[in-house]
Write a protein that binds this ligand. Structure first.
Ligand code: MSP
Length: 648
């Protein structure tokens, strides 16, 4: 292991105080917590920051609706976040509030610096403004006249404002993203941002609001008639915190951050606004921005009006913080969207935590007590395969967490969990114990199984800190689990024979489905299913027979070349080999660059009548999916299949 501590700075978004915290907020914060804990265990110098975004129109309005001042309202809301973080065992080193005096001062210093350097300009501006999103849009951005993000009506506003000259950094930003493949992760998000930057002219960013319209914010230091745009104020938190909230021993040394963990909803503000702001300031960019996926509840977006906002605090009260934390990262690969249901949470808790891991730990400790009075026996030999597996996992676990692949890291650990369960079953210590001639073998089996449980416990600690800390003590350690590193202490043989181990109460009691709350959850699921069935019945009218589908000839195509259609934002002209060469025009230019498409195997409707798009002939159609957020994904093949093959 490297003995020099590395600095590790990880952040979450700062959350708006107009809402109570829900699963989405908890998700990002737990992800950052896992990384922070893992890095601390391995001796790194960690700064883990979370906090709240308290300025702007949304908060001003939420406070007004409650008849409170924005600050009074924020003070109350901040409590909800802090209480939840304690419940979830979040180990943040600091909590920033954008109303902190120090933060406000730093934002003003940065503004003044940019103003003096000529990076900010005053201009008259007319734009379509979405109040809930606090964003200006151009007419062509609008979706049927409404805000393309939230779908709500926009207002035409004309005013003088200050602009950050963001556009001049477009090429530098493209280069930076291209040269640093880990800067934006996952890769799909990176491609999206690159596609956007390469196919659109980046505008300048309006960074002020007239104080007469919005007073709740940081005044512009060079013009008191204006308030700083809330996103400009908010993004600066990642830097300002290093100046006044970072741990004493490395004050000011934490910038740049290793990871900004965010949800996919705020990728543009982070990858484009924040990056170009830093460029203008001559400051280094964060090493990585990771945009994770979206949690829905029974297939629907969480929203107050749908009444499906699941309060994480309640889930913790019923199932425990560990079960909730574990579920979120075991269930869905980080980066993809996921659907939350209590049923799935219970299933995971019962299978993975209660059965696989909890039972294993309980069994081996019980046997150590029963056969050896709790003193860990000296093994008569070494279980090489087990040792090798635990070493192999160490590398895989590290590699996965470096990429924020929490799911992959847990998969690695579960290889050892499954192996050890099988090992105990097939070694049958209860049979060995009956024959004194097999005493040596019994010692080896019990020692090895307990040692494997110890290693698993360490790996799982960043994910499930409570249960693993308890189990660590049951394994005979007096020293806190946090002072052992996964990289060093996961080596085989750290547990010394003779140490006193003892079984405690079950770490993860099975959740019984007779529980009234669980019954209620089942009922809700039934209703959701019914609703779905009803919807399907309503859609029956649209059903087609197989003979109808057979009329559509789908083929695998290899993209030979691709280029943008001039004067069009959306259209890309492709030469595709589908057994015969053809030209296709596809409306995917907002999501894909031509370079990305070349060499890809796609799916093409091959027997479509030719059509002309912007005067260019298209012989066929490429298949792609677009979701409600406008994310577009082409259908590609997961194995290499010969072009021209039929898709049925
Ligand atoms: N205040 C801004 C962020 C400023 S950062 C400089 C903001 N706040 S927010 O309260 O709306 O929080 C957004 C973040 O919460 C998302 O980026 C994501 O991290 C998390 N989530 C909110 N809802 C979510 C889901 N449904 N699913 C997963 N995470 C989501 O935007």
């Amino acid at each position: 292991m490297s003995s020099i501590p590395e600095k590790f700075y990880v952040t979450t978004p700062i959350y708006y105080v107009n809402d109570i915290p829900h699963i989405g907020h908890a998700y990002t914060t737990i992800a950052a917590d896992i990384l922070a804990r893992y890095n601390r265990m391995n001796g790194n110098d960690v700064f883990f920051l979370t906090g709240t975004d308290e300025h702007g129109q949304k908060v001003e309005k939420a406070a007004k609706d409650r008849g409170m001042t924005p600050k009074g309202h924020s003070d109350l809301m901040v409590k909800n976040f802090n209480e939840l973080w304690v419940k979830l065992n979040i180990s943040n080193d600091a909590f920033i509030r954008t109303t902190d005096v120090e933060h406000k001062k730093i934002v003003q210093e940065i503004m003044s610096g940019l103003w003096r350097a000529g990076e900010i300009e005053k201009r008259s501006y007319t734009g379509m403004y979405c109040t809930p999103c606090e964003r200006f849009w151009t007419e062509k951005d609008l979706a049927e006249g409404n805000c393309p993000d939230c779908g709500r009506p926009v207002e035409r506003i004309e005013e003088n404002n200050y602009f950050f000259l963001m556009s001049k950094y477009q090429d530098r930003l493209i280069k930076h993203i291209e040269q640093n493949p880990r800067f934006i992760l996952p890769g799909t998000r990176r491609n999206e941002v690159l596609g956007f930057l390469k196919n659109n002219q980046l505008g300048d960013l309006c960074i002020s609001r007239p104080a007469a319209r919005l007073a709740w914010g940081i005044p512009l230091p060079f013009d008191e008639n204006y308030t700083t745009y809330v996103w400009f104020d908010a993004l600066v938190n990642y830097y300002s915190a290093t100046k006044y909230l970072a741990p004493e021993k490395n004050k000011t040394g934490f910038w740049p951050a290793q990871h900004h963990i965010i949800g996919k909803d705020i990728l543009t503000t982070h990858s484009v606004y924040w990056s170009t702001m830093l460029m203008a300031l001559g400051m280094p960019l964060p090493e990585n921005i990771f945009a994770h996926g979206w949690w829905t509840v029974r297939g629907k977006k969480m929203s107050k009006s749908l009444g499906n906002v699941t309060a994480p605090g309640e889930l913790v009260d019923r199932f425990g913080a560990d079960a909730f934390r574990f579920f979120l990262f075991r269930e869905i690969p980080f980066g993809l969207d996921g659907d939350f249901s209590e049923e799935a949470l219970i299933k995971r808790t019962n299978t993975d935590l209660a059965n696989d891991f909890g039972n294993l730990a309980g069994r081996v400790l019980t046997m150590a007590e029963k056969y050896f009075g709790g003193a860990l026996p000296e093994p008569a030999g070494e279980e090489n395969e087990m040792r090798l597996l635990s070493e192999e996992i160490s590398a895989g676990f590290d590699r996965s967490l470096k990429r924020l692949d929490f799911h992959g890291a847990l998969d690695e650990v579960w290889r050892l969990v499954s192996y050890t369960n099988k090992y105990v079953d097939s070694s049958a210590p209860w049979t060995l114990a009956k024959d004194p001639a097999l005493e040596g073998r019994l010692r080896t089996v019990i020692y090895s199984a307990v040692e494997a449980v110890r290693i698993i416990t360490l790996y799982l600690h960043p994910f499930i800190p409570e249960a693993t800390a308890k189990l660590w003590r049951q394994l005979g350690f007096e020293q806190d689990i946090r002072s052992f590193g996964t990289r060093t202490a996961c080596g085989w043989g750290l547990l010394k024979p003779g140490v006193k181990v003892q079984k405690g109460e079950a770490l993860f009691p099975r959740v019984e489905t007779g529980d009234p709350a669980v019954k209620q959850e089942k009922q809700k699921n039934k209703e959701a299913k019914k609703e779905k069935q009803h919807m399907t019945e309503q859609n029956m009218i649209d059903l087609i027979g197989i003979e109808d589908f057979a009329k559509v000839q789908l083929k695998v195509g290899l993209v030979l070349s691709a280029e943008k259609v001039e004067k069009s934002e959306k259209l890309i002209k492709l030469k595709v080999d589908t057994g015969e060469e053809r030209q296709i025009v596809a409306g995917i230019g907002k999501s894909y660059t031509p370079e990305y498409l070349v060499g890809k195997k796609i799916v093409v409707v091959a027997n479509l009548k030719p059509a002309k798009l912007m005067g260019i002939e298209s012989h066929g159609m490429l298949l792609a999916a677009t979701d409600a957020d406008g994310v577009c994904s082409i259908l590609a093949l997961d194995k290499d299949v010969q072009q021209g093959s039929r898709v049925k």
